[in-house]
Design a protein around this ligand. Structure first.
Ligand code: FE
Ligand code: MN
Length: 361
């Protein structure tokens, strides 16, 4: 079907069939190669919806006051060494992890997917990783932690090194010129999306989320806790982006969804769980006030099962009850209606504190 437009002396003919063929050629991978970034008509509606949700959740680290955190960090009577160590591990691990996720999106996943609306949401996802990385920089500079110490943590704390290696090894194998018509390479990409979305962001981020938000509940490090709440809200969208991407990739490439591949993914999750449990024991070498190691360890089994079920895989543990039900409630930031109203005053307070801090130096 053709439609012609007569404009002055010129006639333009637009071919509807060609446009429909272009739409039909939209695919997660191996779709139409185009530089035109034509979002419409949308084929993957979820990706546009999530893009809009993510954009509406935008936050900036420097809007969050750090005065109370600074005071607590400096005063041995206000927080214990165990609590301070959890914060160091949080800052040390996430400083590396946020960058690794962002790099994998930009150099692997966003390069390899072909539908423009998928690239759109992945661009936003990568940007949110930049915000998270920036929030860690803000925490480090507010507390006056030596940045070299933070860098040393990714190299010297064995459980952090292992968690990082677990994800980077599946990223390095996949770069832009890989042939995605081959089933083994399709599996590599599907595994990458599963590892980053469900194992890393979906499971291995949750040990520290639990510990840091548990401190936040006790009014310890409220600024850091608030940033982690916003980060956690973002991560729940990232997990959903990667879950949908994974499901559509499988749907369009059913030949890779074999019993063997499913089991490989479940075993990969089992490895992720083990690494996370070892890491939790490094973060919390002894039980402290309100922080029981076993609860966080059980929480990892619980959350990993949810992630497996989310992508149509059988759970590993099965039947575990959530030992930290308050964490789900804390994620629901929508309840805080006055957040945006409170923002301006909070920002002013934060600036005033920054001035005071500079004077101290
Ligand atoms: Fe992040
Ligand atoms: Mn993320």
């Amino acid at each position: 079907m053709q439609k012609s437009f007569q404009v002055g002396a010129k006639t333009f003919i637009l071919d509807q069939d060609k446009a429909e063929a272009a739409f039909a050629a939209k695919k997660v991978i191996n779709g139409r190669e185009t530089m035109t970034f034509n979002l419409l008509p949308l084929k993957y509606q979820w990706s546009y919806d999530l893009y809009r949700t993510m954009k509406a959740n935008h936050w900036e680290p420097e809007d969050i006051p750090m005065g109370k955190d600074i005071e607590q960090w400096r005063d041995a009577k206000l927080v214990s060494d165990v609590e301070r160590w959890i914060i160091r591990m949080g800052i040390g691990y996430f400083s590396a992890a946020e960058g690794i996720v962002g790099d994998n999106i930009q150099h692997v996943v966003r390069e390899l997917v072909t539908a423009p609306e998928l690239k759109l949401v992945l661009g936003r996802h990568a940007h949110e990783e930049n915000i998270h990385a920036d929030s860690l920089l803000y925490m480090i500079s507010s507390l006056g932690i030596n940045p070299h110490e933070c860098e040393a943590m990714f190299e010297d704390v064995d459980t952090i090194v292992k968690k990082n290696e677990f994800v980077t090894r599946i990223s390095k194998d996949l770069r832009r010129d890989i042939d995605l018509t081959k089933p083994e390479n399709k599996k590599l990409l599907a595994k990458n999306i599963f590892v980053f979305g469900q194992c890393m962001e979906g499971t291995q981020f949750y040990g520290l989320f639990g510990m840091i938000l548990s401190l936040y509940r006790q009014n310890k490090f409220p600024g850091i806790g608030q940033m982690f709440r916003y980060t956690l809200r973002d991560e729940s969208n990232h997990i959903e982006v990667f879950r949908n991407l994974f499901m559509d990739l499988i749907e369009e490439n059913r030949e890779i969804w074999t019993a063997e591949f499913k089991e490989e993914l479940r075993q990969t999750m089992a490895e992720a769980i083990q690494l996370e449990k070892d890491f939790i024991r490094d973060c919390l070498p002894v039980n402290a006030v309100g922080l029981a190691v076993d609860e966080f360890v059980t929480y990892i089994d619980y959350i990993a099962d949810r992630r497996l079920e989310g992508v149509g895989l059988a759970p590993l543990s099965g039947g575990i009850k959530n030992p930290l039900p308050w964490l789900a409630e804390m994620m629901d930031i929508k309840k805080e209606q006055n957040f945006f109203e409170g923002r301006v005053t909070e920002y002013q307070k934060a600036s005033a504190l920054n001035v005071a801090k500079d004077d101290d130096l």
